[in-house]
Structure formats: C-alpha cells, structure tokens
Design a protein around this ligand. Structure first.
Ligand SMILES: *[C@@H]1O[C@H](CO)[C@@H](O)[C@H](O)[C@H]1NC(C)=O
Length: 108
C-alpha cells in the first residue's frame, strides 16, 4: 500500500502531459544539424531552459506505445509541457495526418 503510493507520487512528479506535434528538422538550438529520420525532440522554452537537456533522452508515450528521442531543439510555439518531434519519431507513435496527439513524457 505504502510502496504503491510512493511509486505513484514519483511517477506523477517525473512525467509530463502535453501535446506532441512534428516539425521539419535542421540546425537545432542545441547546435546539432538533424535529419527528419532522426528520433529527436524540441522542448518548450520553459523546459529547454538554458539547454541543459540537450543530448539527453526523453521517453514519449502515446496509447501504450513508447519511443525514446534525443533533445535537439527548442520549440518556440509549444506550450510548457508540449513537445515537437521529428517526422519519423511522430509517425512511430501515430499517423502524421493526426498532426497533434496527447502524450505523456519524461526525461529518461
Ligand atoms: C527506451 O530506453 C529505455 C531505457 O534505456 C529502454 O529500456 C527501452 O527499451 C527503450 N525503448 C525503446 C522503444 O527504444
């Protein structure tokens, strides 16, 4: 009982909920040039901060599917907990025609 309460608390602190969109990659704010086939993510200005997460991994889950992506860019149009994925990463979770999907994600 106590253990499961603690586990839920840890999960709720470390996971974020927001919308995922996708964008066409290139030279990112982290200083790396990426291709659309790379599994990368752009974070909101709030999450990106001064770029301390650059090169770090993020796990993104949508309808039971989870992918791992690398932080490469800043998303100026994103809400605080929204993320912007490369086209390949987005399409690993859902059809690109959806354009925007609700996801949960965390720093791995
Ligand atoms: C994501 O990374 C975690 C931790 O390294 C690993 O356990 C998991 O298998 C990876 N998932 C995918 C889909 O690559």
């Amino acid at each position: 009982m106590l253990v499961s309460s603690i586990t839920m608390l840890v999960n709720s602190v470390s996971a974020f909920s927001g919308d995922a969109t996708y964008y066409y990659t290139g030279l990112g704010a982290c200083g790396v040039t990426n291709k659309d086939t790379d599994f990368i993510v752009a974070l909101s200005t709030a999450q990106y901060g001064s770029g301390s997460h650059c090169g770090g991994k993020v796990s993104v889950t949508y309808q039971g599917k989870t992918i791992n992506v690398t932080v490469a860019d800043k998303c100026l149009g994103c809400g605080a907990d929204d993320i912007d994925l490369s086209p390949s990463a987005f399409s690993a979770l859902a059809s690109e025609t959806l354009g925007r999907i609700p996801v949960t994600w965390n720093y791995a």
